[in-house]
Design a protein. Structure first.
Length: 197
């Protein structure tokens, strides 16, 4: 399995992005030593794509597949792409506050701790649908790991498209998110422009 192992804070600096969007509350004190030259249009488009890939932990080939799927769906391609990325199972676990970061959410799914509608799902890229119930397995609920996670994520805002019972480590996807409900600093129109060349 291919994994991006770039140091997170270094990558955030290079993409001019706040690490809080990844669930990390550290700050880097270093400044990026880059000449203040104007970025080309292609450079801006590429940076937006890299930002989206980095935030959701998706590599190039699956990201391109999401784009193709979003292009075939009715409506605007950019909005469809963001909704597809947001409805990944690992992202839903992160949004519910059952993981500190999306990487941790991915690991929780990989380790078969997650049930979707009562069935075990261990594919982080599984796309949840409106009405799906996502919960942590009974056997894993008693683990000390989830108590620690809930202490950290307790104050985190849960999006309105998810209904969560954090005590029971369970939640329901009420509806698929609209673009306005997705608080990710990505300009998806630049990604569409990049891929439509």
């Amino acid at each position: 399995m291919a994994v991006n192992r770039t140091p997170v804070l270094k990558r955030c600096r290079s993409l001019a992005m706040d690490p809080i969007y990844l669930g990390i509350d550290k700050k880097s004190n270093r400044q990026l030593k880059r000449a203040n030259r104007k970025m080309s249009e292609y450079g801006m488009q590429l940076r937006e794509k890299q930002k989206a890939k980095f935030i959701y932990g998706v590599l190039e080939k699956p990201f391109r597949n999401y784009y193709k799927k979003a292009d075939r769906m009715p409506g605007q391609t950019g909005e469809n792409l963001m909704v597809l990325l947001e409805s990944r199972l690992d992202n839903v676990i992160f949004r519910m506050g059952l993981a500190r970061t999306r990487k941790e959410a991915r690991q929780i799914v990989d380790h078969k701790h997650v049930l979707v509608n009562g069935k075990c799902v261990n594919i982080p890229s599984y796309l949840v649908k409106a009405g799906d119930t996502v919960e942590i397995k009974e056997k894993a609920k008693s683990s000390a790991r989830y108590k620690l996670i809930l202490e950290v994520t307790g104050g985190r805002l849960v999006p309105e498209w998810i209904d969560v019972d954090q005590e029971a480590l369970k939640g329901t996807v009420k509806e698929l998110p609209r673009r306005e409900a997705i608080d990710v600093p990505v300009d998806e129109m630049l990604i569409v422009e990049l891929y439509s060349k």
